[in-house]
Design a protein around this ligand. Structure first.
Ligand SMILES: Cc1cc2nc3c(=O)[nH]c(=O)nc-3n(C[C@H](O)[C@H](O)[C@H](O)COP(=O)(O)OP(=O)(O)OC[C@H]3O[C@@H](n4cnc5c(N)ncnc54)[C@H](O)[C@@H]3O)c2cc1C
Length: 326
């Protein structure tokens, strides 16, 4: 069975990976000149189903808790299993209690325990929640590594306009926000982010700073870099970051640690998270096309589960010998 996967964001690449492992003949077509130009390139890469459950339905936890293992099996060494730290400044301490009440899988930390975990946050917060089981990865590195693995396996990549679907038995459409207005009820949720660089603060894990209006998170990357995110705006405008959002993200980073005030601003960006009304992803069928969409805030967290579902459906249709790639 010849399959065309449209879109090389996290959805398309994980689907391609999973289908390759099941022995399918797969071609990937990406409209852009290179991978990672859609929402996936702006993501934090947090694999944080317990924290996300604060505002999400149960499947985000039940499906998302398998994600770190999937990524580790696909890309050994890419997953950092260091948990998530959730803090709030003194006047927002109630936010921490509220967060604890809406989630599970955490433990309370006092000042000493916070300092032991993140020495640079010593003395800055009296209490924190620690989600020990959570993980993170670098999305851009993970997407590049998946692509390299697929190219090594001789999967065909087509870049740029075009993409003749007639030569394929099935199409798996993973084009994300490009389907807004085409797939019923799909909408865009704009997420703005920025990257900072400083050698004056070290974090070992994602830190979420709760705030009633502007909750943010900071995800450490290699080479003294930090991803700071993210706004949540009901819009499919992918234009540059708004000045106000930039100020809010920078303010929040500065309040987490003043050393961020001296950091270099490496870049900013905005991605459109495609979302259905319940903010859960779906695999839907339309003739010969399967659509994987609606990954919302959870592309890296839930794409593996969606990819497995696509493989299950196509495999059931047309059994092929499984090719164990890893
Ligand atoms: C700021 C921000 C932070 C985030 N943080 C996290 C996080 O920490 N953890 C997490 O799990 N998720 C996170 N997300 C969510 C995650 O990024 C998205 O859910 C995910 O990227 C959606 O992936 P996708 O592959 O569906 O879409 P995209 O990444 O947008 O990919 C779609 C691809 O399809 C291509 N395309 C479009 N039209 C066509 C066409 N006609 N033919 C061929 N190709 C086409 C596009 O060029 C694009 O490359 C975050 C999102 C944002 C914006």
């Amino acid at each position: 069975m010849r399959i065309l996967v449209k879109g090389a964001g996290v959805a398309g690449l994980t689907v391609a990976w999973q289908l390759y492992r099941h022995g399918f003949d797969v071609t990937i077509h990406e409209r852009a000149e290179k991978i990672g130009q859609g929402a996936s390139g702006f993501a934090g890469g947090m694999l944080a189903p317990w924290c996300e459950r604060e505002g999400a339905e149960e499947p985000v936890l039940t499906l998302g808790r398998l994600a770190a293992d999937w990524w580790e099996a696909a890309l050994p060494g890419h997953v950092q299993r260091r948990g998530t730290l959730v803090v709030a400044s003194g006047r927002d301490a109630g936010e921490l209690e509220r967060f604890a009440g809406r989630t599970s899988g955490w433990e309370w930390l006092d000042e000493q325990a916070i300092a032991a975990l993140e020495p640079d946050l010593a003395g800055r917060f009296r209490k924190a929640l620690f989600f020990r089981q959570e993980a993170h990865l670098d999305p851009r590195k993970a997407l590049s590594a998946l692509t390299a693995g697929l190219e090594e396996a001789r999967m065909r990549f087509l870049f740029g306009p075009g993409g003749d679907t007639a030569r394929y038995d099935r199409v798996v459409d993973c084009t994300g926000a490009a389907q807004i207005g085409r797939l019923p009820n799909l909408r865009g949720v704009r997420g703005e982010m920025l990257r900072l660089e400083t050698g004056d603060v070290t974090l070992s894990r994602p830190v979420r700073l709760l705030h009633p209006r502007h909750p943010i998170y900071i995800v450490p990357r290699e080479r003294n870099r930090f991803m700071v995110g993210a706004t949540m705006i009901e819009s499919d405008d992918a234009g540059p970051i708004a000045a106000r959002s930039l100020m809010e993200l920078l303010n929040a980073a500065y309040s987490l640690h003043p050393a961020f005030g001296e950091a270099r601003l490496i870049d900013t960006g905005a991605g459109i998270r495609p979302a259905y009304p319940d903010n859960l992803p779906q695999v839907t069928e339309d003739g010969d096309t399967l659509h994987v969409n609606g990954l919302y805030r959870h592309g890296f967290l839930l794409a593996p589960a969606m990819a497995s579902e696509v493989a299950r459906r196509l495999f059931a249709e047309h059994a092929q010998p499984e090719r164990m790639a890893s």
